[in-house]
Design a protein around this ligand. Structure first.
Ligand code: VG1
Ligand code: CO
Length: 543
């Protein structure tokens, strides 16, 4: 085996964001760009000679090419073995599952999640540690530091691996095992949920529609819903992963998953609808003519966890990201378990789960999961909902309305302004930061400001501190507005406004969230001067 050291100059200009490094495909294709980052990972994690790595991605454009490059570099960096999903496919939760099941040293996941793919689309890469979760801040910082000073990377000269062929191959001295990407994951799901009850529900005429959005979950959904649970083949749509996701935007929300939304809101709608994102870690849950807000979904999953075999022994605690609504807090209180509030991004949940402090975690951005892996998990959430429906024998809408009647409703919405000029976005954030000390006590319509801050978090497990995680304006009745800049976009800036108000009155629970939140939305626009500063008169996406 011939190991070559290639001279390179550091030009990694960006710190990996909430979920690794995301850039245009064309950026990754620049000479040595991917190689620099991969070598920076290998230099930072100091893996022993016997180490095994997991490698796979969401099937987007450049996935296979990147895998061949990384395999040759892994061989030159002394890895003993790499487990690769067949055809380069591994959903993010499945990669987490495989890392944990086979106790590998870690894994590299190639994905830009919900961002569009194709030659002009986005690509991404992230490193997950041996707990199966995203690298901690400490590791991410180390990778970033190395990437800025790197002078060479190592690779071997070897032919490409046949990614389609299951079984063992070699790259230099390193073993490459091509594994079925679905089986380990599907078996884990069978161990958690009551498949017999869900099978009976489906056999009894309950109709489901799952939209894989031409992204990674297609093969997983077919195996689980059709082969294992007996749903008709037509219940999984857009099931073939395509390098450009069929030119779509694989983000399961009301805007980008409109094909599914139209079916669930149409005549002859099925009873249940769901979609997942590019890399399979997000989920959207729909009932017949009904949308389940992701913040409510976390709360409902927690409140009904005792109905699901894998969670029957109870929950240690719940964690939610700061912008996620406090609906889950109410359930935690009722169950007498702790609820943690973390910054945005799944990596903050990992420490809590490893320490046994929480069982369930969730984000308002269509992310829900548990300690069965260390990533959020789209199909897991869909199966959780199906298990709840099978056990309660009620419609999705009735289950949600009953929940609100019991706990009250945290009316919630997120408004995203995508692709706005960075200067304008930074200007809005600066205005808010400079001004928020003067707001407490001020009245806006029926709301009075209680306090404001820029959210910071001290990790209860390792004591690390994360600052600048979003500006919170909290009103005396507990309602709030949060402003935050996205860390995952690749074009300009994305500004997110999170709006929440508590509604105990059952007679108002059927109100549409935008109507119920209209006054708060007006206050958010007034305080941020968003319209005049960005020239936008409406959000790109409303959830
Ligand atoms: C977004 C979401 C955040 C999520 C992240 C990764 O980040 O808001 O909740 O953890 O995407 O999700 P941001 O910084 O753009 O708001 V995914 O599906 O990329 O792994
Ligand atoms: Co994702």
């Amino acid at each position: 085996m011939q190991i070559v050291s290639v001279a390179t100059t550091p030009f990694n200009d960006q710190k990996p964001g909430t979920s690794g490094l995301r850039k245009k495909v064309t950026a990754f294709q620049k000479q040595h760009y991917l190689e620099n980052f991969v070598q920076a990972i290998f230099d930072s994690i100091s893996a022993p000679k016997s180490a095994t790595l997991v490698l796979g991605g969401d099937g987007r454009y450049y996935n296979k090419e990147a895998i061949q490059i990384i395999l040759k570099m892994a061989a030159a960096n002394g890895f003993a073995r790499v487990l690769v999903g067949q055809d380069g496919i591994l959903s993010t939760p499945a990669a987490s599952c495989v890392i944990r099941k086979y106790q590998t040293y870690g894994g590299i996941i190639l994905s830009a999640s919900h961002n569009p793919g194709g030659p002009d689309g986005d690509f991404g890469i992230k490193y997950n540690g041996n707990n199966g979760g995203p690298a901690t801040e400490t590791v991410t910082d180390a990778i970033y530091t190395v990437s800025k000073s790197i002078t060479q990377y190592r690779s071997v000269t070897a032919p490409d691996v046949d990614l389609g062929k299951l079984g063992e191959q070699k790259v230099g001295d390193m073993l490459v095992s091509i594994i079925d990407p679905v089986t380990d994951y599907a078996e884990l799901m069978e161990s958690l949920f009551d498949f017999a009850a869900i099978r009976a529900l489906l056999a009894g005429g309950f109709r489901i529609q799952f939209d894989a959005m031409h992204a990674v979950t297609g093969p997983y959904a077919r195996d689980i819903f059709v082969n294992r649970l007996g749903a008709p083949a037509s219940s999984v749509m857009n099931a073939v992963p395509l390098p450009d996701f069929g030119k779509g935007h694989p983000d399961p929300n009301l805007t980008y998953a409109h094909e599914l939304v139209e079916i669930l809101y149409g005549d002859n709608a099925p009873d249940f609808g769901a979609a997942s994102d590019g890399d399979g870690d997000r989920n959207m849950i729909l009932g017949k003519h009904f949308f389940v807000n992701p913040s409510d979904s976390l709360a409902l999953i927690a409140a009904n966890a005792h109905l699901v075999p894998g969670y029957q022994s109870g929950l240690a605690g719940i964690a939610r990201s700061m912008p996620t609504s406090a609906a889950a807090d109410r359930v935690a209180k009722a169950l007498g378990i702790p609820c943690y509030e973390t910054p945005t991004g799944w990596k903050f949940f990992g420490n809590l789960m490893d320490a046994g402090k929480v069982t369930l975690c969730g984000e308002e951005s269509f992310g829900t999961g548990s300690d069965h892996v260390r990533e959020k998990d789209g199909l897991w959430a869909v199966l959780f909902w199906l298990n709840i429906v099978a056990a309660r024998k009620q419609s999705v809408e009735d289950i949600v309305l009953e929940h609100w009647a019991q706990f009250g409703r945290n009316v919630y919405s997120r408004h995203d302004y995508e692709g706005i000029p960075s200067d304008a976005a930074n200007g809005v954030m600066k205005l808010l930061k400079d001004g928020f000390t003067t707001l407490p006590g001020k009245q806006f319509g029926s709301y009075t400001v209680d306090f404001c801050d820029d959210f910071s978090y001290t990790d209860p497990v390792d004591g690390s501190v994360s600052i600048g995680q979003g500006i919170r304006i909290i009103f005396t009745d507990g309602s709030r507005i949060v402003f935050r800049l996205s860390g995952t976009g690749t074009e300009g800036a994305t500004l997110r406004i999170y709006l929440e108000a508590f509604e105990p009155d059952v007679s108002k629970h059927k109100l549409d969230a935008q109507t119920a939140l209209a006054e708060l939305i007006g206050i958010a626009l007034q305080l941020s001067e968003l319209r005049s500063r960005t020239g936008r008169d409406a959000p790109t996406v409303i959830t």
